[in-house]
Design a protein around this ligand. Structure first.
Ligand code: FES
Length: 330
């Protein structure tokens, strides 16, 4: 078995054990969040030994060249000597909380003013650090040029430490640490006539809200259809804003969906991905975005593929597709 050398100690990995589990199991404080190779919170650097390519997937070339890897998906076949990352390589910076607004459905909109320019695309995500070191990934709902500060939508989860902190303790004027952006769930320029289908549940609306407005701002002229699902009407936050957006853009449709038994007039009834796929049964040539509940994302991706969508045209909010992630998107 490979061994990990960290701070003059040697840790033997169990079969199938990741570097993250091997180190944290011995009390080494390696930060982590998604534990699925997505959020990049568990970034480490190898100073001796080559990390496996799978542990470097998604990292910038400059980081790969210097031996950086993601500890949660690192299963080395040779010994590695590792260190925690240098601060300047973590893409971390500070930001001031400008405002906190309840949008409905238990969603808090957090507006952040970054202390250094943040080059992001709506729909990507950033990591938000709590003072205690807990970290969670949140998609960016804002659009550069339309919304000045960064907007995150944070849903309060039962027992969610970071979401509880945001809802209960965070105050305007406070300084927080963020990391990123990362992720490839965003509107790609260059195909302005391509039909777009966006399907989300709960706070999975955040990246979709950013992507829709980004596409419209960039002059997208193909049809854009956004389906947002919830059990109850109050979960369909931003419904009025989206209805107003649809009135201003004839090629944009907003379809609120309720999965409960009785949907009042103005709402589609049924599970959101089923409604969307029923309304749009042929998806060859479409670009599709799924964000929200992991099971919906999994089923929706499969059904979209069966309806003719090419895999390269199916996007999902990276961190919410991992059911194992504690408090995914919370
Ligand atoms: S990438 Fe390792 S914890 Fe998220």
């Amino acid at each position: 078995m490979a061994a990990i050398h960290y701070a003059n100690q040697r840790f033997e990995l169990e079969p199938g054990q990741s570097v993250l589990d091997g180190l944290t199991g011995h009390g080494v404080p390696v930060p982590s969040s998604c534990r699925a190779g997505v959020c990049q919170t568990c970034l480490m650097r190898s100073t001796a030994g080559v990390p496996p390519p799978a542990a470097q997937r998604g990292l910038k070339d400059s980081l790969k060249a210097r031996g950086y890897f993601l500890a949660c998906v690192c299963h080395p076949e040779q010994d590695l000597r590792v260190v925690l990352p240098d601060a300047e390589d973590e893409d971390r910076q500070t930001a001031t909380v400008l405002s906190l607004d309840l949008l409905g459905g238990g969603i808090m909109q957090v507006a952040l003013e970054c202390h250094a320019p943040l080059d992001y695309r709506p729909g990507q995500f950033i990591n938000l650090f709590q003072d205690t070191g807990q970290v969670r990934s949140y998609s960016i709902a804002s659009v550069p040029g339309l919304d000045d500060p960064i907007h995150l939508h944070v849903r309060r989860l039962a027992g969610g430490r970071v979401s509880g902190w945001v809802h209960e303790e965070l105050r305007p004027g406070q300084t927080v640490t963020i990391q990123g952006p990362a992720g490839d769930c965003f509107y790609p320029s260059g195909t302005p006539g391509q039909p777009l289908l966006l399907i989300g549940t709960g706070s999975g609306l955040a990246p979709l809200y950013g992507i829709v407005r980004d596409a419209l701002a960039q002059g997208h002229y193909g049809p854009i259809r956004l389906y947002h699902g919830s059990r109850a009407p109050e979960g369909l936050y931003l419904a009025e804003e989206l209805r107003a957006l649809a009135r201003r853009h004839a090629h944009f449709d907003y379809i609120p969906c309720l999965s409960g038994p009785d949907a009042p007039e103005g709402y589609a009834q049924g599970r959101v991905h089923e409604v969307a796929l029923r309304d749009n049964p042929k998806l060859d040539g479409w670009r599709i975005f799924f964000c929200g509940h992991p099971e919906m994302v999994k089923l929706g991706k499969k059904q979209a593929f069966l309806a003719g969508a090419a895999l390269r045209n199916i996007h999902a909010d990276a961190f919410t597709i991992n059911p194992a992630m504690p408090g995914a998107g919370a």
